[in-house]
Design a protein around this ligand. Structure first.
Ligand code: HEM
Length: 590
């Protein structure tokens, strides 16, 4: 009777369920009973959204009548089986309404676990798109895993700007990251956040700070990055470009935060204890987000597993921070006001006051620096890694970048600046600014592979999103930045294509709304390092592309790693070769 009808997957389960009941009835009922029961379940399955409860109730009545004629153990087994089938079908039917099957006790966790096995970000994007931009994840009963996941730009604007004060980072986040981040800018809310933001913001926009960042980057690219890459060319060896870039930005951000160069990008790529400890501490902190709070707290008390690793690595980070703070204090004490030239974050905060007008305590100074390192450590390098991977697949984009660089260099007016040897070219800050197509190509890479793929907030008071989603006090809200880059409703039908041109109007780079392109966050908590990050990425990318062709090693697997930052899980193995076709793009001085 079912074979003549075509079913979608949900109906297939319905059919299965009815067949099962038919089979059980056949043991106990007359054939006429069997026929009426089965056909009623079939017709209601097509017409009524309440099919399952009605059908089950009806069938169960007949079913229980039949029980009197059955041996007790068979009866029990059948009840259990019927119940299980009901639960399975009911839970699977939730997929259509709620995005994922919602099971008793474990909620949507099984689907999440399955989703985590593959490309987690693609999986979550599929679920969100099916739910038109907002999806409510139901975790296991009695856990704190329930949350609202959204990628609707209207909700993002509401969350990050309109009702900013109702969506803090929250206690859950702070308690989870406190051991590593303390009260630094990343995890703080309210006054503590505001004070740090104000001081840091003034500093980030000062000429002194700009000079520090451009000088330190120039030094690192020319005396560390390029020699390391040149070595790999000479030895004809592949190199993990992601690892090299991570070292570059780690050294760079430590110079900005602490005013100290840890030397990760020295020849031979040494392992630096502070860098290793920082990496380990971040990874162990992330583990807390996927471990029930009671469990990680117990592990912390017992000092075992990832919690032991966290404690050990934080001790190493603290040792480094304390030593830098102590040395800087001594150094500043010996200098006169006029000599105080340093403009790193640590020195600036040492000269500022907290919200009560007192100097910042050493512990807060440590927290501030550690937070800045975390913020600027790997976001740019990871973005650059995806950018080089995309270039490899889009040689026409690479051609356009080189044409732009060539134009900029040939526009040099000053005779002594004219390029005689491309290997000696050092881009000037105003030239980097003019690289509009490169900025578009990097933004497009960030749109498809945002360095921070998901971010989160907590609801302070009951609220409602512009799309109608009801938010109860204490709910966790996750905004899926990765998904936003892949939504047709935001970017159009070609949203999955790498097209830097979408950022250009009459050849000039045009920024997008922060609630549509949220790679740098938006509203009052917009990334403080955004301008510097663009400068850093453009300077490093242009300096590499001018000298080398970057080819991803054939067969090298490229897939995102599940972490707070979107690293490539297996790094980016590339083979570099000298750009011997430079004459195509660059006209040298005669
Ligand atoms: C491609 C590069 C970068 C991207 C995509 C990026 C992205 C972001 C995002 C998404 C946030 C919000 C995080 C949150 O509130 O949970 C953020 C905050 C922040 N970023 Fe960046 N960032 C980049 C580079 C940098 C750099 C190089 C620095 C510093 C040198 C920096 C400093 C900060 C700071 C201090 C905050 C905290 C702002 C606040 O909470 O008020 N970022 N960034």
């Amino acid at each position: 009777m079912f074979s003549s009808t075509s079913f979608n997957s949900t109906n297939y389960h319905i059919m299965h369920y009815s067949s099962f009941l038919s089979m059980s009835h056949s043991k106990t009922m007359s054939s006429s009973n069997l026929t009426s029961s089965s056909s009623s379940s079939f017709s209601s399955s097509l017409s009524s959204p309440f099919f399952i409860p009605i059908d089950l109730a009806y069938s169960s009545m007949n079913y229980f009548q039949g029980l009197f004629y059955m041996p007790a153990d068979v009866q029990m087994l059948e009840i259990i089986l019927a119940l299980m089938v009901f639960i399975v079908i009911h839970s699977l039917r939730q997929r259509k309404k709620q995005g994922l099957p919602n099971w008793p006790v474990v909620g949507m966790l099984p689907s999440l676990i399955v989703g985590l096995q593959g490309d987690m970000y693609e999986w979550i994007s599929g679920v969100i798109c099916r739910q038109n931009g907002t999806f409510i994840f139901k975790g296991p009963w009695f856990t704190n895993l329930n949350c609202v996941v959204t990628s609707d730009p209207r909700n993002l604007e509401y969350l990050l700007k309109t009702k900013f004060s109702n969506f803090p980072k929250g206690e859950y986040f702070r308690n989870t990251v406190r051991d590593l981040l303390g009260d630094g800018i990343f995890s703080a809310d309210d006054e503590i956040w505001h004070r740090q933001r104000k001081t840091a913001s003034l500093e980030f926009h000062s000429a002194k700070f700009r000079k520090l960042t451009t000088d330190s980057l120039l030094e690192l690219v020319h005396s560390r990055l390029l020699p390391v890459l040149e070595d790999s060319v000479k030895q004809s060896l592949p190199v993990d470009l992601q690892d090299v870039l991570l070292r570059l930005t780690f050294d760079n951000v430590c110079m900005i935060a602490f005013g100290v160069d840890p030397g990760c990008l020295r020849p031979g790529l040494p392992e630096i204890p502070f860098a290793r400890a920082f990496e380990d501490a971040t990874e162990a902190t992330i583990m807390r987000f996927v471990t029930p709070t009671l469990v990680w707290k117990a592990m912390r008390c017992l000092n075992i597993g990832t919690e032991k690793k966290l404690r050990d690595s934080i001790m190493e980070v603290d040792k480094f921070a304390e030593q830098v703070i102590r040395t800087r204090k001594k150094e500043l004490a010996l200098q006169s006001e006029n000599e105080k030239q340093r403009s790193d974050i640590l020195t600036v905060f040492m000269g500022s006051k907290d919200e009560q007008g007192r100097p910042f305590l050493d512990k807060i100074l440590r927290d501030i620096c550690v937070n800045f390192i975390l913020a600027g450590r790997d976001t740019s390098s990871v973005a650059l890694s995806w950018f080089f991977w995309l270039l490899n697949k889009n040689p026409d984009v690479e051609d356009r970048i080189l044409a732009e660089i060539s134009q900029i260099l040939s526009d040099r007016k000053d005779e002594k600046d004219k390029v005689q040897d491309l290997d000696n070219v050092i881009f000037k800050p105003e030239e980097v600014k003019k690289m509009e197509y490169l900025q578009a190509a990097i933004s497009e890479a960030l749109r498809l592979h945002p360095s921070v793929p998901v971010d989160h907030k907590e609801v302070l008071e009951d609220d409602v999103f512009p799309d109608g989603t009801v938010l109860k006090k204490g709910t966790k809200v996750i905004y899926a930045i990765y998904t936003m880059g892949r939504m047709e409703g935001i970017w159009g039908k070609d949203c999955r294509e790498y097209k830097p041109e979408r950022w250009l109007r009459d050849g000039r780079f045009m920024s997008e709304s922060a609630y549509k392109f949220t790679a740098f966050n938006g509203g009052p908590r917009l990334c403080l390092g955004k301008d510097f990050a663009y400068y850093q990425m453009k300077f490093a990318a242009a300096s590499i592309l001018l000298r080398y062709k970057v080819k991803v090693v054939e067969g090298h697997p490229v897939t995102p790693k599940m972490a707070l930052t979107m690293y490539m899980k297996y790094g980016l193995k590339v083979k570099l070769s000298r750009r011997d076709d430079r004459h195509k793009y660059f006209k040298l001085k005669e």
